[in-house]
Design a protein. Structure first.
Ligand code: GTP
Ligand code: MG
Length: 700
């Protein structure tokens, strides 16, 4: 298969230089130039607002980054095979058969969160083998630590944050065509009026008229004036108003009374679910390690393994035999590079582990982000070979530090550092100690506690220290746990069973019979067959026809479960990735103007007023502009160090306001951690991590 050179994105940028040692088996295409502006502005194409790729006019979302096309130029139709901005690259049954996976009921996996793939799911929901993840919203996490700093799961901010909200509000929005007013009370009992406007659209069908729950967190709404939210559904290709649209009257979540069926009955001997992200620099051996574990635990049969070995050898890729179990697409195999997150399962003594094997290559960090946001814990894989560990730690080209920082920001506070390829350094204790010392310092700076980090020297290829203690005498100096043991030592995550339903949609599967399924992990609450759900942002009410978890039909899904929810009573085009399924009385916010607390990561370029960035939150991605840098925070005291600074630089924390190109489903971090974490990237690097502190509810 010829190597795909996708439209100006250079997969090999900075890549061949560092990893010449490996035979990737693909030819670097020379003379592949980025097209000039004139070359790319053609008739019959539309330009992506995020990556600037010129897409064919027939595409409803960007072929490169998945961003939905603005409806002003949309052809108004959804291609059944391209329903989601972020691809859920589920292999078709035929793919599975040809890859030798179909025959194994045990070893089923899904490839998810593909921002690049142009292939589409081609199967019905009923046959969906997409096995997905659950994770927790870690409600037990304290947002304050004893040091007097606000901690947002890995991002340390000032406790005494002063937020200047006044300038972000305008007295009115003249462009608004219709307006609904609500008067609500904030947590201090103050009355705050909120106007929600919709730009010429019927507000009754599309947007909440009142959002009392938005002001639960008094700390974030200190103004007494009026705020306006102009609902913007431009990023949806909405058809005619469905009869099921709901006039939403949002309630305070505190009023919610969970029902008994929403809580799990702990069956004797049942395994707790653990979402485990496998992250780390490109080629560190993540997929090989995952494949080897699956094989050792019987999830890949001998016959299948034999097939992988044979086929990979034939393709001159013998060393990737175990990785082939995870890297299932022809392109991934040919290049020996994981491109999308692969999801698979294995059982340890204590956990039903959902393995999220992430791509390490820098071009696929967006895929890694959307996959790993669901993680409860992570394995950070390090290549111990001489030069490779160092390459991973490189501030500009390496992914070790970026991945570590990102997973900490996702709320993951317990990790295993798997120091892999120890065979390549003769299982040297000195090498292991050096890696531990250098990386340990960095992990501490990311706010990982020493007690929550387990260091394990291992070799995936030589099967040392994976599911039993090492047999190689050269590792006799090591007395800690083996990998599977360490996985069992992770603390289970708490789940928000008692809260109203919230499920960010990571993917949508449509069948040729017109059935539509929303896939994702329940962040809060529960849902069962027959439940009514509110589908945001269209605000349609749909009924749950059936549920599928781990490739099996189930009747109830609870917080933490990763499911495909088959919906009926809704236009399939109204179910979009980046949307959220909610309890009908508790809609998620939908906004484009946000206030964030951010930390600029080490080595990042400064953020200025007006900086154009890529904004990521759960499964949503949007182009964004820094509308205001409200304040710089003192790193020691956490107090406002300077109001309205001109820019923020690496390692500085600040309060900023961001205006997204299109509205997205979002929530304040104080309400829902999973929906309130954000990442800002530019030029292929993460520049800041942060949380949503306020939804400004106004277009600027
Ligand atoms: P990306 O997903 O593309 O980031 O790569 P990866 O981290 O999944 O690495 P992968 O599993 O594809 O392995 C890359 C190369 O490292 C392959 O050639 C593997 O055989 C090799 N490799 C993996 N584990 C080991 C190991 O324990 N020892 C040695 N010597 N090589 C290993
Ligand atoms: Mg891989």
């Amino acid at each position: 298969m010829p190597r795909k050179v996708n439209c100006g994105i250079d997969y090999d940028d900075g890549y061949d230089d560092d990893f010449d040692d490996y035979d990737y088996g693909y030819d670097v295409e020379e003379n592949v130039k980025e097209p000039s502006l004139q070359d790319t502005i053609k008739r019959g194409v539309w330009r992506c607002s995020v990556c600037t790729y010129d897409n064919d006019d027939t595409m409803s979302s960007c072929d490169i980054c998945g961003i939905l096309r603005s409806p002003s130029v949309s052809n108004g139709t959804y291609d059944e095979k391209r329903t989601a901005p972020f691809k859920f690259d589920v292999p078709s049954p035929d793919d599975l058969v040809s890859n030798g996976l179909h025959s194994s009921a045990q070893h089923s996996k899904a490839k998810i969160f593909d921002f690049k793939s142009s292939r589409a799911p081609s199967r019905g929901v009923g046959k969906n083998e997409a096995v997905k993840v659950l994770s927790s919203a870690k409600s037990s996490d304290s947002s304050h630590d004893s040091t007097g700093k606000d901690k947002h799961d890995g991002i340390i901010f000032s406790k005494n944050l002063e937020i200047n909200t006044s300038s972000g509000f305008k007295a009115s929005d003249k462009s608004s065509a219709s307006m609904a007013k609500g008067r609500v009370e904030d947590s201090d009992g103050r009355s705050v009026s909120i106007n929600l406007c919709s730009s010429g659209q019927s507000s009754s069908s599309l947007m909440p008229k009142e959002r009392t729950d938005m002001v639960e967190d008094g700390s974030s709404l200190t103004h007494g004036g009026e705020g306006h939210l102009t609902s913007n559904l431009k990023n949806m290709t909405l058809g005619a108003k469905s009869g099921n649209s709901k006039d939403i009257k949002a309630n305070s979540r505190a009023q919610y009374k969970p029902e008994k069926w929403m809580f799990p009955e702990k069956a004797e001997g049942s395994l707790t679910q653990l979402n485990l992200a496998i992250v780390g620099h490109v080629d560190s051996g993540k997929s090989t390690l995952s494949g080897r574990l699956l094989h050792l635990l019987g999830r890949i049969s001998r016959k299948e393994m034999h097939k992988y070995e044979k086929e990979s050898k034939l393709q001159g890729k013998g060393s990737f035999a175990y990785a082939w179990a995870l890297d299932e697409s022809a392109e991934e195999r040919e290049r020996g590079v994981t491109m999308t997150v692969a999801v698979t399962y294995l059982d340890s003594k204590r956990y039903h582990v959902v393995v999220l094997d992430s791509p390490g290559h820098k071009d696929f960090v967006p895929n890694m982000i959307t996959g790993a946001t669901q993680a409860d814990a992570a394995i950070l894989v390090i290549d111990a070979s001489i030069g490779s560990f160092e390459a991973g730690m490189d501030g500009t080209k390496g992914q070790t530090r970026e991945h570590a920082q990102l997973i900490r920001s996702f709320g993951v506070d317990q990790i295993i550092v798997a120091v892999n390829k120890m065979d390549a350094v003769e299982y040297s204790k000195d090498r292991f100690d050096l890696i531990k010392s250098q990386l340990g310092t960095f992990l501490r700076s990311c706010d990982f506690k020493d007690s929550s980090v387990t260091w394990i020297p291992l070799s995936a290829v030589e099967n040392q220290n994976l599911v039993v203690a090492p047999s190689d005498l050269r590792l006799s100096w090591y007395h800690g746990p083996y990998l599977l043991d360490a996985i069992d030592s992770f603390q289970p995550s708490s789940r928000d069973f008692s809260k109203p339903l919230l499920m960010p949609i990571c993917d949508v599967i449509k069948s040729s019979q017109g059935q539509v399924s929303a896939c994702g992990k329940l962040e809060a609450g529960a849902v069962r067959s027959g439940s009514k759900v509110l589908v945001m942002p269209s605000a349609d009410i749909a009924t749950v026809r059936s549920l599928e978890r781990d490739s099996q039909t189930c009747s109830i899904a609870r917080a933490g479960d990763n499911v495909a929810i088959n919906l009926h009573g809704i236009d399939g085009n109204h179910v979009i990735a980046g949307g959220v399924l909610c309890h009908p009385d508790f809609p998620v916010a939908f906004a484009k103007h946000l206030e964030l607390k951010v930390l600029v990561v080490d080595g990042a370029t400064p953020i200025l007023m007006g900086s154009q960035l890529e904004f990521y939150a759960h499964h949503a991605k949007e182009a964004a502009r820094v509308a205001r840098i409200s304040s710089l925070l003192d790193s020691k005291t956490g107090k406002v160090a300077k109001k309205a600074p001109r820019c923020i630089v690496a390692k500085q924390s600040a309060v900023i306001e961001l205006v997204l190109q299109e509205s997205i489903c979002i929530e304040m971090f104080s309400k829902c951690k999973a929906l309130g974490r954000v990442f800002l990237r530019t030029l292929g690097r993460t520049v800041a991590v942060g949380v949503v502190t306020r939804i400004v509810e106004e277009l600027v």
